[in-house]
Design a protein around this ligand. Structure first.
Ligand SMILES: [Zn+2]
Length: 191
């Protein structure tokens, strides 16, 4: 039976999962299992082999944490780019400060930044550095290029300014993780 599953992020904010099915129903135990539809050909969870169970759990965890991370980060950042304040959600990403594979790469708001597409790619590509005090740095060779108003306002105006649009308290970007990525930015600087 197809199900629309709504995961609550905060009051009035939900992530819809539209391809969810009931794959195992045990009325006597008042218990049922849901699965994302692409996993239903794996058989029912109660009959899973160890390998199937591990695969199912890995895919579900991955599929569910991505939209949740995005929704939580964009909500915490009031749907604005942390660097430029750009307020269009369709042009915003939830960037990881530490990537998925890093031991500190959990999909939690303190490991996230709401960034517009250009600032996300510039941050991931180490064109922009953000230190533990949230101060912005830009690769010196990029600062010196003369290439019109987009580059000038998107990147060249940033050095010496700070992240402006960040949440306060425990949702604020984690200085330890920022600093760890900032060290990577520094070591990637052209010599
Ligand atoms: Zn931006």
């Amino acid at each position: 039976m197809p199900i629309l599953y709504l995961e609550k992020i905060s009051d009035g904010v939900y992530i819809p999962y539209t391809r969810v099915s009931v794959v195992d129903d045990r009325p006597a135990d008042l218990y049922f299992d849901l699965a994302l539809s692409e996993l239903t050909d794996l058989g029912t969870p109660s009959n899973d082999t160890i390998v199937e169970r591990a695969y199912r759990e890995a895919v579900v965890r991955q599929r569910m944490h991505q939209p949740r991370f995005r929704a939580e980060v964009l909500f915490a950042y009031k749907e604005k780019c942390a660097i430029c304040g750009m307020p269009e959600p369709k042009l915003l990403d939830a960037a990881h400060i530490r990537g998925d594979k890093d031991p500190d790469g959990q999909p939690i708001v303190p490991n996230g930044l709401a960034l517009c597409s250009i600032h996300h790619r510039a941050y991931d590509g180490h064109f922009i550095g953000i230190d533990g005090d949230r101060k912005l740095h830009v690769r010196p060779d990029i600062v010196e290029i003369v290439d019109g108003p987009v580059l000038a306002s998107a990147l060249q105006s940033l050095p010496g300014t700070w992240l402006n649009h960040v949440p306060k308290g425990k949702k604020a970007p984690d200085p330890y993780r920022l600093e760890k990525t900032f060290k990577e930015y520094l070591s990637a600087l052209p010599t």
